[in-house]
Design a protein around this ligand. Sequence first.
Ligand code: VGL
Ligand code: ZN
Length: 191
Amino acid sequence: MNNIEESLRRGDALLIVDVQKDFCPGGALPIQDGDKVVPILNRWIAAAVVKSLPIYASRDWHPVGHISFKERCGPWPPHCIQDSDGAGFHANLKLPKSVVKVTKGTRFDRDQNSVFDETGLAEDLRKKGIKRLLVGGLAEDVCVLATVLDGCREGFEVTLISDGTRPISVPGSEKARKKMLQSGVHFVTTN
Ligand code: VGL
Ligand code: ZN
């Protein structure tokens, strides 16, 4: 067993947040080194597969002209438009056939940063006996942060894969880590 496998146990699930082309260099809302999370998260995915642990992958999935876009006075350039190439998962992310996809950001009236926000995810995790979530992906200071905090509120133990995430901004990352620490989030680094 390698180190990652040793750290995983029954009752764990892996949650990969929004590792989509639009959030990587060359995409519509590129995050610096966003693509660097891919080889790291692939190692966690492989370990979760070996241990038969559930793997969830979320995707930001906006309708054309979404309320979060600049054209509607939102904060973001258009990104992750449903069925567009940019909304696809990063081409090198090795998601297994068994992955559970969670789609969010489809609401017309408001944005959904957290993967828990009206998706029913917490119910599915509980049904499968999940106690702990290992979370990585994009962006650390937006959707990863919102998801991790909601995961804690829902009563799960949450561990952030600290080198398997990247922020939109450095100050955003510092604030996010502080909030996570205050909420009891654990941190693990892939070696
Ligand atoms: C995200 C900005 C806008 C994210 C989604 O996945 O972190 N960030 N939409
Ligand atoms: Zn979005």
